[in-house]
Structures are given as structure tokens and as C-alpha cells.
Design a protein. Structure first.
Length: 294
């Protein structure tokens, strides 16, 4: 009897066997193709199963998702953007399996709660700052998914400095201000000529004024929406991860300053913003815990 974890993202997919305690074996990772996404995903799962009978699969997917229906409609996976019945497809591969699905930000938040920076806390908000911005809620030790499973998707809260259209169809989402590509676009529009978010963070650390301003703008927007989210769900811990969250003090200082400036109610006085500890493995680890959950 084997349990599997599956992480489906816009740039890569990963799968691994899951031990009885929810921890993972060695993951297998492949790029997410433009076409034939399910075929690639199925091959990855078969390789992870290695011919064994699979009885449980935990799935973390880019969103939006419909956790109850088992379907996904990721903005960043064009072939599935109008909806794909992922849970049913997995059951087709492994007919005796119990399948559980969560949006990727929620899975990452669960993993940080169990193994990472949120260990020991009952409640937290997880934020993933990367090519996009995602997130999730853990309340009372469990994912709080909301009506469809997308609760905590903080990237589509509106920022006071957001004016650009978002890929979701809205305008001014914090993802359009504080994701890595958004910060790079703003910096280039103001005279910076670097290549990507990594270069932007490096130049900000070296004191380049445009790079510093881009990260200050991004960090301030993040801090504002984090304070709003913390007030809404009454938490005192926010775990921030993702590739662009590694940008260091030029991002974190304005983020913490903005959160402190806006989180003024007494029940928010102890609000903490801390770096995630699980890095790129967090989302898959969360899917592993879904697979073995009671």
C-alpha cells in the first residue's frame, strides 16, 4: 500500500512517495509542459508508484481550485486554465486511491505548520512570493480552505499601489505589484536594465536606487495586505516564502514596517512575519500530509 504526493505548478511538477508520518521519499521533478500536461503528470505519478498499489494521493496545485469537485483551473497553466478534473484523472490511474486536493499555497502553509517556521503554532497565514503570489491559511492546525478551497489566496487582495491589470482579470492585485516579474517590470520602466528578480535583489543589496525603490514598493504592498489578512483571520504569525522572498533586507524591511504601521489593533500587536524554512519542497511536503490525513 503506497501513498503519493503530487505538486502541480506553472513551471514544474513533482511527485514522491509519502511515508506513514507524512514525510516524503525522494521527489521526482519534471518541467510543466505547454501541451500534454496530464500525460506528463500521469507519467510522473506512475514512476513514483513504481508498480505498487496506490491507496492515497495528496495533490497541491496552482489555483484557483475547486477542492470539493476535485478540479483545477490554474491561471499559469494554459491547457488547464478553463478547468481540468484532476482528482478524477488521478483516480483513473489509481482506482482504489483516496484523493485529496488543496491549492498550492495552502499546502505550503500546512507544511510550514507541521515541519517549518510555523511549527508549534495553532494558526498562521502562509504567503508565497515568486513568479506569482499565493498563500493559504492554517487555523486550529488544519487547512482552512473556505467554500472552494481557495481561502488565503492573498495574491489577489488589492494593493493601494496597484493599478495594473492582473492575469486573474482584476485590477490592482498585490501580485501585480510585488511578485518578482512585477517588481522587475516596474524597475525597468524606471530605468533599471537588469535581467530578472535575482539581479534586482542583488542590485538592491548593492544600493542601486531604482532596485531599492522597486523592492521597497513591493515590500510595502506585501506588508499592507499581510496586515489586512492578519486582521481578517486573527492570527499572529505569517510565514513568507517563495523565490522572490529571498531578496533580503531591501524587501523584508519595508514589508515588516508596512505590516507594523497597519496592524494597530490590540489583537495584532504581536504580529510576526518570518521566513519560510522549507523552500522549494514545502508545497510537495504539504501534499504529503494531505495524503495521510485522517
Amino acid at each position: 500500500m503506497v501513498a503519493l504526493a503530487l505538486d502541480v505548478g506553472g513551471t514544474k511538477m513533482a511527485a514522491a512517495r509519502v511515508r506513514a508520518d507524512g514525510t516524503l521519499g525522494t521527489p521526482r521533478t519534471v518541467p510543466t509542459p505547454v501541451h500534454g500536461v496530464w500525460a506528463a503528470c500521469a507519467q510522473l505519478l506512475r514512476q513514483a508508484a513504481a508498480g505498487s498499489e496506490v491507496t492515497a494521493v495528496g495533490i497541491a496545485s496552482a489555483g484557483p481550485v475547486d477542492a470539493g469537485a476535485g478540479s483545477v483551473a490554474p491561471i499559469n497553466i494554459g491547457e488547464w486554465a478553463r478547468g481540468f478534473d484532476l482528482a478524477d484523472a488521478v483516480r483513473g490511474l489509481f482506482p482504489r486511491s483516496r484523493v485529496r486536493l488543496a491549492v498550492d499555497g495552502a499546502a505550503a502553509a500546512l507544511a510550514e505548520h507541521r515541519l517549518g517556521a510555523g511549527r508549534g503554532a495553532a494558526d498562521l497565514v502562509g504567503v508565497v512570493v515568486s513568479t506569482g503570489i499565493g498563500g493559504g491559511l492554517v487555523l486550529g492546525g488544519r487547512i482552512a480552505g473556505g467554500r472552494t478551497g481557495n481561502a488565503g489566496h492573498i495574491g489577489h487582495m488589492v494593493s493601494s499601489s496597484g493599478t495594473d491589470p492582473c492575469a486573474c482579470g482584476g485590477v490592482g492585485c498585490v501580485e501585480t505589484v510585488a511578485s518578482g516579474p512585477a517588481a522587475v517590470r516596474w524597475a525597468r520602466a524606471h530605468g533599471w536594465s537588469g535581467a530578472d528578480g535575482t539581479a534586482l535583489a542583488r542590485d538592491a543589496g548593492a544600493g542601486d536606487p531604482v532596485a531599492v525603490a522597486a523592492l521597497e514598493r513591493a515590500g510595502t504592498a506585501l506588508g499592507e495586505v499581510i496586515a489586512s489578512a492578519a486582521a481578517l483571520v486573527d492570527v499572529d504569525l505569517v510565514v513568507v516564502g517563495g523565490g522572490f522572498a529571498q531578496a533580503g533586507a531591501p524587501l523584508w524591511q519595508p514589508m515588516r514596517a508596512a505590516a507594523s504601521r497597519h496592524a494597530r489593533l490590540p489583537f495584532l500587536s504581536g504580529l510576526r512575519l518570518v521566513p519560510a524554512r522549507l523552500a522549494a519542497t514545502g508545497t510537495l511536503a504539504g501534499a504529503g500530509f494531505l495524503a495521510v490525513a485522517d
